[in-house]
Design a protein around this ligand. Structure first.
Ligand SMILES: Cc1cc2nc3c(=O)[nH]c(=O)nc-3n(C[C@H](O)[C@H](O)[C@H](O)COP(=O)(O)O)c2cc1C
Length: 191
């Protein structure tokens, strides 16, 4: 079966907002990518899934590198600029700068990086795999910095959200939960 983007079942997922920066023949570009996931610690690998026709796909194939910038809650407008227009037709970086957003030169790649993002990771292309109607680019982190004071923007149900912590159960409650878990321990024959 299909799970289209606007299906309420697809929209149940909760994601961060990746702002993918690349360099291309049309100039620097930025696109919004909710399918941005950390998939390995050692080495640090991040997967991004992109529709076949995105200008960003062409740029990554040409340069074999990209920047991942996790959008912070005060950068919602940047997500709209980067996610609702294509770099094939618009200089989204130029428009973003005019609207007050700032960029900086990456340390190890040619793409610009987003100033004030929650997390910035410079990646070199590790692998490209096509899954269904999307292409997954896996990037290996070669430089990474984070802004502890910047909360990541969240996306769910077609809307933007901010995070609120929920307190974990206290020690006493955890101990009683663990007692129940212990009652259900599997007994292995050779133990
Ligand atoms: C909130 C949001 C999330 C998005 N997530 C993705 C995504 O995960 N993958 C994707 O290919 N496009 C995603 N898009 C759409 C692209 O950002 C959009 O098609 C953009 O114009 C592509 O830019 P480009 O052609 O310059 O690469 C998203 C858009 C928005 C607004």
């Amino acid at each position: 079966m299909d799970l289209p983007w606007n299906d309420p079942r697809s929209q149940k997922f909760v994601t961060t907002i990746g702002l993918i920066t690349t360099e291309g023949t049309d100039g620097p570009n930025i696109m919004t990518c909710k399918w941005t996931h950390h998939i390995s610690y050692n080495p640090g690998l991040i997967a991004i899934s992109l529709g076949l026709k995105k200008a960003t796909v062409k740029n990554i194939r040409n340069t074999k590198e990209f920047g991942i910038n996790l959008c912070s809650i005060d950068q919602l407008v940047l997500s709209i600029i980067a996610g609702e227009n294509s770099g094939s037709n618009y200089d989204k970086i130029g428009a973003s700068k005019e609207l007050g957003f700032e960029f900086y030169r990456a340390n190890k790649i040619k793409a610009l990086m987003v100033k004030g993002a929650s997390l910035n990771i410079e990646c070199k292309l590790f692998q490209e795999i096509t899954f269904g109607d999307y292409i997954m680019f896996i990037g290996e982190a070669i430089d990474a910095t984070h802004n502890p004071e910047k909360q990541p923007l969240v996306y769910h149900d077609g809307k933007y959200w901010s995070l609120e912590p929920i307190i974990k159960p206290k020690l006493q409650e955890r101990e009683s939960i663990q007692k129940v878990i212990e009652k259900h321990k599997r007994i292995k024959e050779n133990q």
